[in-house]
Design a protein around this ligand. Sequence first.
Ligand SMILES: [Mg+2]
Length: 258
Amino acid sequence: MHARSAPQRPRPSPPDQGWALFLDVDGCLLEFADAPDKVIVPLGLRERLHALSEQLDGALALVSGRSLEALDDLFWPLRLPAAGLHGLERRSRNVEHRAPIASQLLRRLCAEAETLAIDHRGAMVENKRAGFALHWRAAPQAEHAMRAFAESALSQLVGYRLQHGDRVVELLPVGGDKGGAIAAFLEEAPFAGRHPVFAGDDLTDESGFRVINARAGTSVLVGKRPDSAATFGLLDPADVRAWLGMPGTDHDDGDPAR
Ligand SMILES: [Mg+2]
């Protein structure tokens, strides 16, 4: 058996009743799939998240690049407080901010992107309504064409920005990031006054880590990206689920340092 090397960052302590817990979804709670609609929610994860949420008096929120609608579909029947589209959308006890409706131009650009993806086997377009994402996880050769299309589409739109991620680039309306969404949750019950904790894997999570660090909280990078502000680390989504106490997820990687 090949043992993976230990993360450079220390492992966070197990969840505590006094936490306000923020969790990224793809690449954090769930393993990536070739396409976002092919991810699998492991058996027992919804139940574990529900139980954790109860233990934290409701202070558990998902903070994702998916839309709120997509998050609700994925975790149904569980409906947690959440930030969607990298902080553009947010739902708490007090507020429900949805992204603006897509313009005709955006819908046309999304359709053009879908045509382009057909020409690059394995590439795909994720329609997020308020924007769209170009993925090349299963088609590394398509990266240049996908990035070039995104740049060109951006130049035709007003009030949009590019969000770069791991083998994905997204066109989204300007405004909001994960850090801003976490900061807004921390102003409200039941999150306010608790020790803030955020786990995530991708570049878009860095704004969240900075907000957490500024409040002396616990920022947790999933994976081994070197250039992260996070102070703690976990190996991969299975390790995250074990950390959250999901039964049957003992994550023995054979490393005696752990
Ligand atoms: Mg992620």
